[in-house]
Design a binder for this molecule. Sequence first.
Ligand code: SF4
Ligand code: MG
Length: 322
Amino acid sequence: MALKLTDYRTPVFVDWCPGCGNFGILSALQMALVDLQLPPSKVAIFSGIGCHAKLPHFVNAYGVHTLHGRTLPFAVGAKLANPDLEVIAVTGDGDGLGIGAGHFVNTGRRNIDMTVLIHDNGVYGLTKGQASPTLKLGLRTKSLPKPNINEGINPVAIALAAGYTFIARSYAYDVRHLKEIIKKGIQHHGLAVVIIQQPCPTYNDINTKEWYGGEDRVDPATGKPVPRLYKLEEIGYDGTVRNSEEAFSKMVAALTKAQEWGDKIPIGVFYQNELVPTYEERISKRIPTYLENPPAKQAIGDPSGRPITSVEKMLEELKVIG
Ligand code: SF4
Ligand code: MG
């Protein structure tokens, strides 16, 4: 029987603030899982600490609400132990690009076949709206006593430099676009990151739904707002790397697009490269039985419950010879 949206819901009350962009992200993820017909028993969702981190509570799948900034190590560990799982790591701009920035970069190097979603609202919403690493220089959101003294970082550029092989951006209130991008990220062969512009109506009174929609700048000819967001796919942009010779030029194109912010903000797929071997493929070359017999399928005890793992053997394998 086909899986339905209700199969991915839980009875847990969704307690984000009214109008929060997180509602759109939750819906888009659930819709993507329905479209892909991924059984809840095959999906594991990890989160860090922050408003985003409640998401696994609301999706009927395996879920782990981990520690501040540590979403990715937990998610990577689960994926490596059980490569059959569809692993989705959710994080925020504060959680994943502040305290978790080292993990964000080093996960990129590995190109593990999983998906990272960044809920980017420019603030630390859960702790009352301090400036996050993505808030631009000089902005003063309503919780800040003075304008932001730091420049905001560019997650697309960092992901490119770190080695993510699928890099996209979408918008929390464009649920259909976000759903399609999340599906592409999940289907990508390698490590995908989707940066989601997520209005926080409670603490970010600058990058609001109205601001993204351009309601502060009306076209005099049409009398209509001029939206800031535009879709890369609608201008013929193509970030797919089809042979290794074009990888560099596609990275440069993605980086150039990633610089756009303010008057025009691109959403869509900036870069996709499925030619890079995944971590699972690399480890299978060293351990040929890895995919058929990954750690999650291995017995850790005999029938009486006595451990059968051998620490001595593991230490022997890890020994540095010099
Ligand atoms: Fe959403 Fe902001 Fe409220 Fe957090 S504080 S739930 S991000 S609106
Ligand atoms: Mg945030």
